[in-house]
Design a protein around this ligand. Structure first.
Ligand code: SF4
Length: 91
C-alpha cells in the first residue's frame, strides 16, 4: 500500500496520544455549522476541562468560551468552531 500523502517526521516520540489531524484536513472552521459546534462535540476538550464534557466541562465564567483543544484536530479549537468529525455529546 502506498503511503502517499504522508509527510514530515514521525510523531510518536514523547506523548502516548495518537497524532492529530490538521485543521485543513478536518475542514475545520472557526464558526458553527448549522447549529453544530465544537463546544457540543464529544471530542472537544475545554480549557482546564476533560474530554467529552463539552464546553460546560471546563472552567466556568468568561473563560468558558475561550479556546480549548480537540482529541482529533490539532491546535487551538474555538468552542464555536466546527469540523467534519463533529459528533454530538449525546450521540
Ligand atoms: S472533532 Fe471537530 S467539531 Fe469536534 S471538537 Fe474537534 S474540531 Fe470541533
Amino acid at each position: 500500500m502506498a503511503l502517499a500523502g504522508l509527510s514530515g517526521p514521525p510523531r510518536y516520540a514523547a506523548a502516548a496520544a495518537p497524532p492529530k489531524v490538521t485543521k485543513a484536513a478536518a475542514h475545520y472552521q472557526d464558526y458553527p455549522n448549522d447549529g453544530q459546534m465544537c463546544g457540543m462535540c464529544k471530542f472537544y476538550i475545554p480549557p482546564g476541562g476533560s474530554p467529552g464534557a463539552g464546553m460546560m466541562g471546563g472552567t466556568m465564567g468568561p473563560e468558558m468560551m475561550a479556546a480549548g483543544t480537540c482529541q482529533i484536530v490539532e491546535g487551538s479549537i474555538s468552542p464555536r468552531g466546527w469540523c467534519q468529525f463533529y459528533r454530538p455529546l449525546s450521540g
